[in-house]
Design a protein. Structure first.
Length: 167
């Protein structure tokens, strides 16, 4: 019981790193709604659950989880932009990008051309979102979007190459 209390306090007092790489005390909110956003008190716990599920997943189950986590974080990033939380939206978009790049690498490493189109479509959606964020989101440093888009296009090219070699 003491362990649960320690973990809970640790999660609540956690420090976060924003998209500029600056470490700051996290400002957590307790929302009572249908979606747990990244500024929710329980969000770090849910991220830990996601990571645990990925670690425990079989090779077959890992790819759908990566795609699901990437899509969920992409949706959350869009919602955070609507709520005028650009820094948090950018950080969440970077997490979506991370999961989708892992999914692309998994498809290529395990040679799964049947899954390539699913990941390609998610990467395309991420790319379009980056373009929108870059123009609509009020941030001083927009270099994160350039980096995401560059890596994203590279991953898309590798997936397209996999599809071409299969036909």
């Amino acid at each position: 019981m003491v362990g649960i209390g320690i973990v809970s306090v640790s999660l609540l007092m956690a420090r976060t790193v924003n998209s500029n790489g600056d470490e700051s005390s996290s400002h957590k909110q307790l929302h009572l709604g249908d979606t747990v956003l990244p500024d929710h008190t329980l969000y770090p716990f849910l991220m830990a659950v996601d990571r645990s599920r990925l670690l425990a997943a079989s090779r077959v189950d890992r790819l759908p989880l990566l795609v699901s986590y990437g899509q969920r974080r992409l949706d959350l990033a869009c919602r955070l932009v609507e709520e005028d939380k650009p820094e948090l939206a950018t950080t969440t978009l970077l997490k979506a990008h991370h999961y989708l790049l892992q999914a692309a690498d998994e498809v290529i490493a395990t040679h799964q051309p049947a899954q390539a189109q699913t990941v390609l479509s998610q990467l395309s959606e991420l790319h379009e979102t980056c373009i929108e964020f870059k123009t609509d989101v009020d941030l001083i440093d927009k270099s994160a979007f350039e980096e995401i888009m560059s890596q994203n296009l590279s991953a898309q090219g590798r997936l397209e190459q996999l599809l071409i070699t299969e036909h």
